[in-house]
Structure formats: structure tokens, C-alpha cells
Design a binder for this molecule. Structure first.
Ligand SMILES: Nc1ncnc2c1ncn2[C@@H]1O[C@H](COP(=O)(O)OP(=O)(O)OP(=O)(O)O)[C@@H](O)[C@H]1O
Ligand SMILES: [Mg+2]
Length: 354
């Protein structure tokens, strides 16, 4: 039998769209936030049937694990750099545009920054120019291309074509795929291409050099700004294009790309602690727990920082689990015992016991 929460779940369960396909990207860009629902008191929960309680808890799991994107200072700082580089996006097509490289350690919110920025850019472009290009093609202001291990030049072109859901994505020679990819980007008037997980390219290897040269080629040819996202790209010689010593001065990437670092939260100074507490305050308000209270997270700011080293991805993991346990155990609030007891991801665990 249906109840308010099973109906809510039917319409708002976990989104399973694939950002790497135009349909999935479109669903992400245009999706509206989940509608809110009331938190029940413990007495109200006691009055539910087993099935109702199960559905209410399942709805809360979906809600709790999808907090809003918080405007952290890392996000703001990254947006400022991206906006500056995007200003050159207005250059006429005969002039080269710069690119942004979001280069940082794992779990710091790199992908979130790139996708949220691109989402906003997509919406603005649509509002201004409409959904169709002057030539009657579907307008796709953004392409989002996540890479996989050992990506080759052909693989990169295939991924681009897959985003546009081009039927030839799986066929065609290397050169054909390149020209098809260029056609797609041009006819859909794509202006921003986000390439995620760029660290999968080994810039010191022939395949990697080919891919990186190809990206440079595309940047030359297309009126597009690229946002590259990856872990440890400087160390992986992305900027030096895998060259060593003096040869690095020939690396054009280094001149064309603007590096955008993303740092973990630090609490060893007042401003850092304030920013961390602000993040926790925002998140704290989100969770649907019967005994939730203001201060439920901020009272444990230091403990949370030790357990996560100020990494927003590790924080998201630990809070997901704490909420789940708070519901399962019936505590209905996040407290220090829960935060100490739930598991964290492996990297956060290693760092917190080091
Ligand atoms: N600004 C934010 N507000 C709220 N939650 C965030 C924010 N940024 C990141 N997160 C949370 O942290 C998680 C990890 O973020 P994200 O995937 O963007 O990190 P990443 O640096 O790309 O990680 P990886 O190195 O694994 O690719 C997200 O799934 C989300 O839950
Ligand atoms: Mg990522």
C-alpha cells in the first residue's frame, strides 16, 4: 500500500543519470531539487506501521545522503579562477583560449566544483540563446567527459562522441572519429568541455603524449574552453607534457593552462575554523533525524576534522554513515560516540591514526 514516503521515493529516489551522456547531463542540469518532507517526532514514528516506517527511513536515507552543494571558500575561490579564464571565451575563434586545470588531491570536491560550474554555465547559455542553435541543432553548451584508465586517443574521441550520443562512436578510424567529434562540438555550439580524472593519462608514455597533443589540437581548433580535472597533475607532468629538464620550456600547456588548486579545510587558525564550522552548520540543518539539534555536528568540529583531515569527500562519507547508524540504532541524533564508531574511508583512517 502506498504512503507519503513510498510516493516520495517513487518520484525522488537516487538519481541514476550518467553525466557522460548528453541525456544524463541534461537531467542533471535541469533536475529540480527534491521536495522537502516533514521530520516525524519519535511518538509519530512509533505510530507508523512496519511498512510505513521502512519507507519513511528509506526516504530519509535518500534525503540525508544528498545534502546540497555548499558554497565553501574552496568552491568560491575555484569559481573566481574559472570565471577569469572563461572571460577569454569571448575571444573570436581565430584566437586561442586558455584552459583551467583543477589539480588537487583526492576527495576535495574537484568534480563537484567543475560540474556545478558547468551546470550554471549551461543554464545561463540556454537562458540567453535558447535550446536550439541558429542552424537548428540541439544546443549543448557543455560536454562532460570522464576518462578511464589507459585512455588512448581513439578512446578519447569515442568518449566525446558518446557524450553526443553519436551513432558512430564505436565505429570509424581515428581520423574519422576526430573530425566527427569536432563536428559535434561545433554544430551543438559547445563552449565548455570538462575532462574529469585526467590523471588516468600517463603523460610520460606515448599514448599519453598523443592524448595530450590531441587535446591541444582540439583547443586550437575549437572555440571552447577546457576545464581539466585530476589528482596530482603537476607531479604527473601534465603541465610539462611529460618533458624533462630544459625541454619543459617548450611545453605549451604550461603557458596556456591556469592551475586551480583545491585545499582541505584547516582549523589551525581562526578563519579556517570558522569556515569548517560554517560548513558543518549548513550540513547539520539538512539531516532528517527525530532528535537532531543545532550543534549536533559543530560541537564535534575538531573530532570531525581529525577523522577526515578536513576533506569534504571524507566528511560526506562519515556523515552518511553516521546518519544511517543514527536511524538504525534509534539514537536519531549524531553524537561523538557515533562519529567515533562509524568507519571512514581508508585514506582518512590511515591519516587519522598516523
Ligand atoms: N561544495 C560541496 N558541498 C557539499 N558536499 C560536497 C561539496 N564538494 C564535495 N562534496 C561532497 O564530497 C564528495 C566528493 O566530492 P568530489 O567527488 O567532487 O571530489 P573529488 O575531488 O572529485 O574526488 P576524487 O579525487 O575522488 O575524484 C561529493 O560526492 C560530495 O558528497
Ligand atoms: Mg572527482
Amino acid at each position: 500500500m502506498s504512503n507519503p514516503w513510498s510516493r516520495w521515493l517513487a518520484a525522488n529516489d537516487t538519481h541514476r543519470y550518467q553525466l557522460s551522456r548528453k541525456a544524463g547531463w541534461d537531467a542533471f542540469v535541469n533536475g529540480s531539487p527534491r521536495p522537502d518532507f516533514a521530520v516525524l517526532t519519535l511518538e509519530e514514528m512509533a505510530g507508523l506501521s512496519d511498512a510505513e516506517l521502512e519507507d519513511y527511513n528509506a526516504a530519509r536515507d535518500v534525503w540525508n545522503t544528498n545534502p546540497p552543494t555548499v558554497r565553501t571558500h574552496q568552491l568560491d575561490a575555484a569559481y573566481r579562477i574559472i570565471e577569469e579564464v572563461m572571460a577569454s571565451n569571448h575571444r573570436d575563434s581565430d584566437k586561442l583560449r586558455g584552459s583551467v586545470v583543477i589539480d588537487a588531491e583526492p576527495s576535495l570536491g574537484k568534480t563537484t566544483i567543475a560540474t556545478r560550474y558547468a551546470q550554471r554555465f549551461h543554464r545561463t547559455t540556454y537562458r540567453r540563446y535558447g535550446p536550439t542553435t541558429a542552424d537548428g541543432h540541439q544546443r549543448l553548451p557543455v560536454a562532460f567527459i570522464p576518462l578511464t584508465a589507459g585512455i588512448t586517443l581513439k578512446g578519447l574521441n569515442q568518449k566525446l562522441l558518446e557524450f553526443y550520443q553519436h551513432p558512430a562512436a564505436r565505429r570509424g578510424s581515428r581520423t574519422e572519429l576526430t573530425s566527427l567529434a569536432i563536428d559535434c562540438v561545433t554544430s551543438c555550439e559547445t563552449r565548455l568541455i570538462v575532462i574529469d580524472d585526467l590523471h588516468f593519462i600517463d603523460f610520460a608514455h606515448r599514448n599519453g603524449t598523443e592524448v595530450s597533443n590531441h587535446l591541444k589540437g582540439l583547443a586550437n581548433e575549437l572555440p571552447v574552453t577546457f576545464i581539466y580535472v585530476g589528482v596530482g597533475l603537476r607531479e604527473k607532468q601534465f603541465f610539462d607534457e611529460g618533458m624533462l629538464g630544459e625541454a619543459t620550456s617548450y611545453a605549451q600547456t604550461s603557458r596556456r593552462a591556469t592551475r586551480c588548486p583545491v585545499v582541505p579545510f584547516r582549523i589551525d587558525n581562526d578563519a579556517g575554523m570558522r569556515a569548517w564550522v560554517m560548513l558543518l552548520t549548513t550540513l547539520e540543518r539538512h539531516y532528517k533525524l527525530a532528535a537532531a539539534r543545532p550543534g549536533m555536528l559543530t560541537d564535534h568540529a575538531r573530532l570531525l576534522h581529525t577523522r577526515t583531515q578536513g576533506r569534504i569527500g571524507s566528511l560526506a562519507n562519515i556523515l552518511d554513515r553516521a546518519c544511517y547508524r543514527a536511524i538504525l540504532d534509534g539514537v536519531e541524533c549524531i553524537n561523538a560516540d557515533l562519529l567515533s564508531a562509524v568507519s571512514v574511508d581508508n585514506a582518512a583512517l590511515q591519516a587519522s591514526i598516523a
